[in-house]
Design a protein around this ligand. Structure first.
Ligand SMILES: [Fe+2]
Ligand SMILES: [Fe+2]
Length: 249
């Protein structure tokens, strides 16, 4: 069942509690009372259509309304994507990191196993941080600059330079998949570590990694299938706007 505007927000969480962190990215926190999705979105000044599409893509991975999602403003997507990044780096990764430190210290693993798990996770954390930094310091600001110029009638010389130097196609081609490494980490835990007495902690780590992996999957789809085509259109529009003005770029 899809999530729709007349459902109570509390019912949404009963339907799928994995949506809680997604709601938090919209600055929606618990304590909904009897308010509907529409009422909560109105109170928080959130675009209802955008909210519904995002939570539904999360709720049902087979639901991905490409065309509709591509009608939203790039800045709206970026705001959501940045909050998702914060959730990964400030909440999820430190949480998993803490569990991994605990299992490494208390499991009685031999040195080679301890190193394998710890080093693999540290390397993953480093790669994810780099990936996110590149997006937040390079790609997202570029997209926001394009949107700003498109929304005005002004010609920005800086944008001309941007368009000459960069294109979102570069991002599309370089955009690596940060989930596949998690698959390898899961396999280390599932296949190669010997059984441990504190198996509950190991189960918990696995559960958290599965959750992070599916969240990253949704995030990557939004970047590749929604953000990139939106920006391609913005670039085309700017190229033709400047060509109309007789500016050669
Ligand atoms: Fe991202
Ligand atoms: Fe990404």
């Amino acid at each position: 069942m899809r999530i729709h505007k007349d459902l109570k927000m509390a019912e949404v969480i009963h339907m799928n509690h994995h949506l809680l962190p997604v709601l938090n990215r919209f600055d929606i926190f618990l304590g909904f009372g009897e308010r509907t999705v529409e009422a909560v979105c109105r109170d928080h000044k959130i675009n209802l259509d955008f909210f519904l599409e995002i939570v539904n893509t999360f709720h049902d991975p087979s639901y991905f309304p490409l065309r509709h999602l591509q009608t939203f403003k790039a800045s709206m997507l970026i705001d959501y994507l940045q909050k998702t990044h914060s959730y990964y780096l400030d909440v999820k990764i430190p949480e998993i990191g803490q569990y991994i430190t605990e299992i490494v210290q208390t499991s009685g693993f031999e040195e080679s196993h301890r190193k394998l798990v710890k080093n693999f996770f540290d390397q993953y954390q480093h790669e994810l941080t780099n990936h996110i930094t590149k997006e937040e310091q390079g790609v997202y600001p570029y997209v926001l600059r394009l949107e700003k110029v498109l929304e005005s009638t002004l010609t920005s010389h800086e944008i001309l330079e941007d368009l000459q130097k960069y294109s979102i196609t570069e991002y599309e081609e370089d955009h690596d998949d940060v989930e596949s490494k998690l698959f390898d980490l899961k396999n280390i835990l599932i296949k190669y570590l010997p059984p441990v007495s504190n198996y509950k902690l190991l189960n918990l780590i696995l559960h958290e990694i599965f959750e992070l992996e599916s969240d990253l999957n949704n995030h990557g789809h939004i970047e590749d299938l929604i953000l990139v085509p939106i920006v391609e259109n913005m670039e085309k529009e700017l190229h033709s706007r400047y060509a109309d003005h007789g500016t050669c770029i």
